[in-house]
Design a protein around this ligand. Structure first.
Ligand code: PSU
Ligand code: MN
Length: 308
């Protein structure tokens, strides 16, 4: 079988590709496992709209009926948002979920794979996975980091959540040669807050500036992705002490309940929302929308730069 038999493009994405328009990939685990219904589907639609407003075309990725789907209808989004047995799909899960024709939501790692297969080089999400706190014992390191090392897609995110060990996550990215670029900041953002206490490798002052770095990386034949850290807008930033204490509590609960592996991130996200009385969800929505704005502009700038 050929690649084209595994991917189905929506009409909008197909036309954009034919016309040479910029396309932005979006993940779907954030819909199925990252946010509750109905905020998940509402945010997914809003994010797509923001990308269109920047002059790019959104391609939300998912696995449905034995195919990789690049670009989803409203009906598809509802299905991912509501269905109970949607599989969280990372790199290792792709073959089984496709061949068993299950419904799958793609993580950052799997979305990068789908984006590369679809010829899309910019991807917008909330936060990347990383090295978990306590990874020295659990060895829990998200497959997202390995994917960033080898798959040539730029990931626009609000940094990494402090449920992760951000210092070790950045060390891992450095070891694997993944550029970490701050959008209008020299600080690596910590998802709910704008400053993790760690720096980025380089600050990009504009979408064009970042597009230039990416274009040079890939022209040099340096395969792999890049992390574009885009801090949450100030008005939605959470208090660092408050979020730290909530995270500590949620992590303690996860340990007591024996939550591990791929369940860890979804469990923590849902507990953080409850413990913060919804505040983490509001912040999550705001930062994803902000990433769509930046990612849409980056895709436009990169398309322009690469056609020069
Ligand atoms: N962070 C969020 N929301 C999410 C995720 C991360 O704020 O929904 C998802 C992303 O899809 C990411 C995945 O790729 O969790 C990482 O999971 P794991 O740590 O199991 O690799
Ligand atoms: Mn993990």
């Amino acid at each position: 079988m050929e690649l084209k038999n595994y991917i189905v493009f929506s009409e909008e994405v197909m036309e954009a590709k034919k016309a040479g328009k910029p396309v932005v990939a979006l993940e779907s685990t954030i819909i199925s496992h990252g946010m509750p219904y109905p905020e998940n589907v509402k945010t997914a639609k809003r994010v797509e709209e923001i990308i269109r407003e920047q002059g790019a075309v959104p391609a939300t990725m998912a696995i449905m009926d034995g195919k990789i789907r690049a670009g989803l209808s409203e009906e598809d989004l509802e299905r991912l948002a509501k269905e109970q047995d949607v599989v969280k799909v990372s790199r290792r899960d792709l073959p089984a979920v496709l061949s068993q024709r299950k419904t799958g939501a793609t993580t950052v790692a799997a979305t990068m794979i789908c984006a590369e297969l679809a010829g899309v080089d910019v991807f917008v999400t909330g936060g990347i996975g990383g090295v978990h706190r306590g990874a020295a014992a659990t060895m829990d390191i998200s497959a997202d980091l390995q994917e960033l090392a080898k798959t040539s897609v730029a990931v626009v995110c609000a940094g990494a959540k402090s449920i992760l060990d951000i210092g070790l996550t950045l060390e891992y990215l450095e070891t694997h040669g993944v550029p970490v670029i701050g959008y209008k900041t020299d600080k690596f953002p910590a998802f709910y807050t704008r400053d993790s206490g760690f720096g980025v490798d380089v600050e990009g002052s504009s979408a064009e500036d970042i597009a230039e770095i990416l274009a040079v990386k890939w022209e040099l034949g340096l395969k792999g992705g890049a992390v574009i850290g885009n801090p949450v807008p100030e008005e939605f930033e959470m208090n660092p002490e408050q979020i730290e204490s909530i995270i500590a509590n949620a992590m303690k609960e996860a340990e007591e309940k024996g939550i591990s592996g791929k369940e860890t991130t979804p469990f923590l996200l849902s507990r953080l929302k409850e413990l913060s009385e919804g505040k983490t969800l509001d912040t999550n929505i705001a930062l994803v929308e902000n990433n769509a704005l930046t990612g849409g502009q980056l895709a436009v700038a990169l398309k322009k730069r690469r056609s020069e």
